[in-house]
Design a protein. Structure first.
Length: 123
């Protein structure tokens, strides 16, 4: 059994992004769990689980990405309607630095060489 890259993003990377944003928004900006959840599109309970390390603990966000997240969080506090755009932007940056590769190695042993191959073109 294996996971597609999109499944890795869905199950591991996006929750890790939300976890980091939850930490920034609640600690630096002193937002409530409810307000933070509203911005990030998750429940107050999910924010609590992120902060108490009960959810999204398998992926470490690289320092350079965390710096970008600080800038994004500031924008989100000013206008919470841009949160989706900023989460997608951070996800794109994470893809560029191949942050998901560690998770993929754990769950996709034996098929990792497929990551480097180019798609087969139709005849």
């Amino acid at each position: 059994m294996y996971s597609l890259p999109q499944e890795i993003e869905f199950w591991y990377i996006i929750p890790a992004i939300r976890r980091e944003f939850a930490k920034i928004l609640t600690k630096k900006y002193k937002l409530t769990l409810e307000k933070t959840g509203g911005i990030l599109g998750v429940s107050k309970a999910a924010i609590s689980q992120y902060l108490n390390k009960k959810r999204a603990g398998l992926v470490k966000i690289p320092a350079e990405i965390k710096n970008e997240m600080e800038s994004s969080a500031e924008l989100m506090v000013r206008d919470n309607k841009i949160a989706v755009r900023e989460i997608i932007r951070i996800l794109t940056l994470i893809k560029k630095v191949k942050c998901a590769c560690g998770v993929c190695k754990k769950y996709n042993r034996g098929i990792l060489k497929l990551c480097e191959e180019k798609p087969v073109q139709g005849e």
